[in-house]
Design a binder for this molecule. Sequence first.
Ligand SMILES: NC(=O)c1ccc[n+]([C@@H]2O[C@H](COP(=O)([O-])OP(=O)(O)OC[C@H]3O[C@@H](n4cnc5c(N)ncnc54)[C@H](O)[C@@H]3O)[C@@H](O)[C@H]2O)c1
Length: 329
Amino acid sequence: MRIGLIGTGRIGAFHARTLRDHPQVDSLVVCDQDQARAKEVADSLDVQLAGDVQELWDSSADAVVIASATSSHAELITAASDRGLPTFCEKPIALDLSGTERALRHVQEAGVPLQIGFMRRFDAGYVAARNAVRAGWLGRLHTLRAVTSDPAPPPADYLPHSGGLYRDCLVHDFDAIRWVTGREVRQVFALGSDAGPPMFREAGDVDTAACLLTLDDGVLCTATATRINGAGYDVRLELAGEEDQLAVGLGPRTPLTSLEPEATASVEPAWPGFLERFAPAYREELAAFVRLARGEGENPCDGREALAALRVAEACERSREEGVPIPLA
Ligand SMILES: NC(=O)c1ccc[n+]([C@@H]2O[C@H](COP(=O)([O-])OP(=O)(O)OC[C@H]3O[C@@H](n4cnc5c(N)ncnc54)[C@H](O)[C@@H]3O)[C@@H](O)[C@H]2O)c1
């Protein structure tokens, strides 16, 4: 099959290589509004270059992967569904609920599949956690602790368009919590701190956040995130039940040092960032998309999942602003 890829930045360039190497992708055509960037990727991977998005639409692709900047997602999803193209889009669909719902209505009316890039659903640890919960290994689950810590802050000009720490970063944890437990979030209470570099305050954002989520079966979850974790990239999910507890993301590359004398120190360098930590998951999610686009597989993460995770993020933002718990309908 022939796939069109829009956006060849950090994640787009990674997806381009994965798609180029996929045995069922016969050809790949890429574009980016930064033509030099697209050309560099096309040349380095020896794939076709489209001069702009219109040229990509005209290139007879069978399916499209959208990895451009967030602000372009809803419009590109809409345009792809008008052309009947199965679509994979990086999270988020849009930064607001109304824009997300509008795009989803369009996709539904067009009747084309839309898969969203919540790659943790393809990470071996998260998959194992989900299976363990479903198999009842932990007994009654009572507590979850989700952690997402970036090693270093993004550039200052990224912040005003990011949607903030809850929508941009913690949304992955909100999706993972829903997906692993199979439960919905009933209430959130969120705090944020902008005590770090001034650029966060200036953007109306926070550099560190802590959220308390209550699930609809009473499970309590904490989800914390920070943009500044000098020890390294750290993504974990700890699950505790009446009979056992498990951790995703706890291994030799976890940048967490135990102070206990008998503890063995972490022996490998910390993950530098998300591309290294989740490389196999990014490949798996695109393999699932190729199956979906070929009509050979189920949609592992359709647009309504992104809407549900965004609702949690929105409620956290409101909770932080108003200083009160926010119930989710
Ligand atoms: N799932 C994940 O773990 C994950 C990780 C990183 C980024 N993302 C998402 O992927 C998207 C891209 O992030 P990134 O870090 O690669 O950003 P980036 O800035 O490195 O790349 C974005 C690229 O999109 C291009 N672009 C912007 N608008 C365009 C348009 N209308 N048409 C064509 N090209 C356009 C830019 O020129 C740029 O090259 C974001 O929406 C982000 O939220 C997801």
